[in-house]
Design a protein. Structure first.
Length: 199
């Protein structure tokens, strides 16, 4: 196997393990030593691939972006109109499926770093802009097929994205899964109204 391929596999393994340890220990308590212990390797090997924690955290945020994009990966076949497809995506966006993709505790720990690290701030900005762009494209497709009347898909996508951020921020404080689902349903209904779905 080529050295580059081995390096890619090893880096992914380190990031995956960083995420696993951070879920238990918290990102602020996750060190190279703890990651190395879980992998049963020397910490110096991690330094070979990641010069410092900031570099490793950046890779974790990029991993986060890839995980979040999976929420949009519903197979769009000819059996579904763009409108039906958008509804399916909204159903996923306002569901507990996010929790299966990325741990809230790790996400918010990473997020707090934007106030001290401009590069991390830029990565989060890119993450959010890309997600909003996906949503805008879905809405624009519905407008193009004349199944929706939305004057400005970009503005509506921003509103839904803001609603989604606020919803998950509050849902993370609710301990009861039924209360979480009910709140998500309320937010989803509001998101559909913002787009123009009233049924």
């Amino acid at each position: 196997m080529a050295k580059q391929a081995i390096a890619t596999i090893r880096k992914k393994e380190i990031v995956d393990t960083f995420y696993e340890v951070a879920q238990v220990e918290g990102i602020e308590n996750t060190s190279f030593a703890k990651i190395a212990q879980r992998l049963e390797i020397q910490p110096s090997l991690i330094v070979h691939y990641f010069k410092n924690r900031d570099e490793l955290i950046l890779s974790l945020i990029e991993y986060n972006l890839e995980q979040y994009k999976k929420i949009f990966t519903i197979a769009h076949s000819d059996d579904h109109s763009h409108r039906e497809y958008l509804i399916m995506v909204l159903d996923k966006l306002f569901s507990l499926e996010w929790n299966d993709l990325f741990d809230d505790g790790v996400y918010y720990s990473c997020f707090t770093l934007i106030f001290r690290h401009p590069v991390i701030k830029q990565k989060f900005k890119e993450l959010h802009l890309e997600l909003r762009g996906h949503l805008e494209n879905l809405i624009s497709n519905c407008v193009a097929e004349k199944s929706l009347q939305v004057e400005n898909p970009s503005v509506v996508a921003n509103h839904i994205s803001n609603l989604m951020d606020g919803t998950y921020y509050f849902v993370s404080m609710l301990d009861d899964s039924l209360a979480q689902k009910e709140y998500l349903e309320e937010s989803k209904a509001l998101a559909k109204k913002l787009i123009g779905f009233y049924s």
